[in-house]
Write a protein that binds this ligand. Structure first.
Ligand code: SF4
Length: 374
């Protein structure tokens, strides 16, 4: 069981807070789909004979791709890999790219999950973030996705925004839970270096929210989500039962994946590798039938750290019997000792051999997880 990730590195313009690898296209999109197809043929043995359970078009802005490109990529995946009949196939989309016909076409070519970058239902917030859509477009995109038979709709929301208030965040959540949305990804705003927002902060034009407000907004998110039977299954992700992101859950469960496109990462259980963060470097290599991949073989310590870093982000947590089986008795007893410290503080819970961070402590999970690392 494996996944395929396709990184579509195009954005119509850069949002003020974003530091993902993406470019404003000037002709590079024309051959992008065919380069992805060439790359997947070059790397068709990367996952052995594993069945592909999930495909994820991420970005950048995958909804800038034409339907023909998406269809051709999916056809090539089916021709070169064993694709599960009930594979989860997700596309990330920006609201202003989503018209009814495009959405119906996405369903028609087999996309069965859509993750829409709403970020906020407030025009002031969207302006502040430098988004190119407004609140009305956000609402319309969800309505149209639902009309186009998308049952599995996820949206992204950002909290901890400068000038935000508890009331505004509550309103955003109330709007989200009034819509046919089954999955929410909620991220706290980060002032990433080398972004316009970061520069504004340095000039004193915007100020990060204080910690108290961040904690309050996080708690509000959990309370409201709980009322609507959403499960907080990972630090930043909440969903109705049966609507967890299978693709992202695979990352947290160390399931192998193949990443295609510039800057995409891949993982085969023993090593990680990644493509260059440059569309010209990546496409030149692919066009000449070569790969320009950097590889990092994982040491046992890397694998132990990866295991705790990913598993403890989720409600399923880390399994200490697995730790003993895979990494030895000493490692398992060190993990038990650390776990006991947090069990006593009431921050972890234990069920059988599995330990997990209680969702109410997800916000400080980094500080707990770091204690499990070697
Ligand atoms: S659309 Fe998404 S990937 Fe593109 S700049 Fe904005 S936040 Fe970044």
């Amino acid at each position: 069981m494996s996944g395929i990730y396709i990184h579509v590195p195009f954005c119509k313009h850069k949002c003020d807070y974003c530091d993902f690898y993406s470019i404003v296209p000037s002709g590079e999109m024309d051959r992008f789909g065919s380069y992805i197809s060439q790359e997947l043929r070059l790397r068709k043995n990367y996952l052995g004979n594993d069945t592909i359970e999930t495909i994820y078009f991420g970005g950048g802005t995958p909804s800038m791709l034409g339907i023909k490109d998406i269809e051709a990529i999916l056809d090539d995946i089916s021709a070169n890999f064993l694709l599960s009949k009930n594979a989860e196939i997700t596309i990330e989309a920006n609201p202003d790219d989503l018209g009814l016909i495009y959405l119906q076409d996405l369903r028609g070519v087999g996309i069965n999950r859509i993750s829409i970058g709403i970020q906020s239902f407030d025009d002031g917030d969207l302006k502040q973030l430098g988004r190119r859509h407004d609140a009305a477009q956000g609402l319309k995109s969800i309505e149209w996705a639902s009309k186009s038979q998308f049952d599995n709709i996820s949206i992204d929301l950002i909290y901890g925004l400068p000038y935000s208030s508890t009331k505004k965040w509550e309103d955003n959540l109330a709007t989200a839970f009034g819509l046919p949305v089954k999955h929410l990804s909620c991220y706290h705003l980060i002032f990433e270096e080398n972004t316009p927002l970061y520069r504004k902060m340095n000039k004193g034009a915007v100020k990060p929210v204080d910690e108290e407000l961040s904690v309050e907004q996080f708690k509000i998110m959990q309370q409201i989500a709980n009322r609507h039977e959403f499960i907080h299954y990972e630090i930043s992700n909440l969903a109705l039962e049966g609507y967890y992101s299978r693709h992202n859950t695979s990352y947290w469960k160390q399931i192998p994946y193949l990443g295609l496109g510039p800057s995409a990462h891949s993982y085969d259980g023993n090593s990680r590798c990644w493509n260059p963060k440059s569309i010209s470097q990546w496409s030149k290599a692919i066009a000449s039938g070569r790969l320009t991949i950097e590889v990092e073989t994982l040491s046992e310590n890397d694998r132990i750290n990866d295991y705790f870093l990913t598993s403890l982000r989720t409600i399923w947590g880390a399994n200490l019997a697995d730790v003993e089986k895979n990494f030895g008795k000493d490692m398992a007893s060190k993990a038990r000792e650390t776990a006991n410290k947090y069990l006593k503080k009431g921050m972890l819970e234990i069920e059988g051999d599995s330990i997990s961070i209680k969702p109410e402590h997800f916000l400080i999970s980094d500080g707990i997880i770091v204690d499990f690392l070697i």
